[in-house]
Design a protein. Structure first.
Length: 181
């Protein structure tokens, strides 16, 4: 509902009609009054009308900047909404995959449980020996492959004695030295 207000801005009396509440009008008038007084303090030659026009120009430029920012935020919101939908679909797919893995896990557990029960019921069948643990510190021996050109690959047992002036290159290249390159 519109109400009539008697306001004072920079010592100028005005009568206005507004839908805003008395508190909102008071806040707006206070902001405008302070801004016009600041302009008059910085530029004493500036009249009250010129200060009012400068305030209006300032608020219009701020409004345009806010509108541009709003448009950018709106575009981002649409983009993020689309990305959000993609992520929701991906999440649903991953949840379905997790559920399938859980079902497979349950089947495997039942098979293992059944095998364990069967092994306990038939004592004449020897239980499988536990597998040895492989130490991560133990080296893995890989047989040397022959190069197609006919040059044999030197195995660890056939390694040439190191000369004092040769420096080694990394642990992955045990047989390669700078002088060989």
């Amino acid at each position: 509902m519109k109400q009539k207000y008697n306001i004072t801005v920079a010592d100028m009396q005005l009568n206005i009609v507004s839908d805003a509440s008395p508190d909102e009008v008071e806040n707006i008038v206070g902001i405008l009054d302070r801004r016009m007084r600041d302009i008059n303090l910085k530029s004493p030659r500036c009249t009250k009308n010129e200060a009012a026009i400068l305030c209006a120009l300032s608020y219009c430029s701020e409004r345009l900047a806010v509108q541009e920012a709003y448009k950018k935020v709106e575009k981002d919101a649409f983009r993020y909404a689309a990305e959000n939908e993609k992520l929701k679909k991906t999440l649903e797919e991953l949840q379905e995959e997790l559920e399938n893995v859980r079902k497979d896990n349950a089947v495997m557990r039942s098979i293992l449980d059944h095998a364990a029960v069967s092994a306990q019921q038939s004592p004449e069948t020897p239980a499988p020996e536990p597998a040895e643990e492989v130490s991560s510190a133990a080296p893995i021996e890989i047989p040397a492959a022959k190069i197609e050109s006919g040059t044999p690959v030197v195995e660890e047992s056939e390694e040439k004695p190191k000369a004092a002036n040769r420096s080694r290159v990394g642990t992955m290249f045990d047989l390669l030295t700078f002088s060989d390159v």
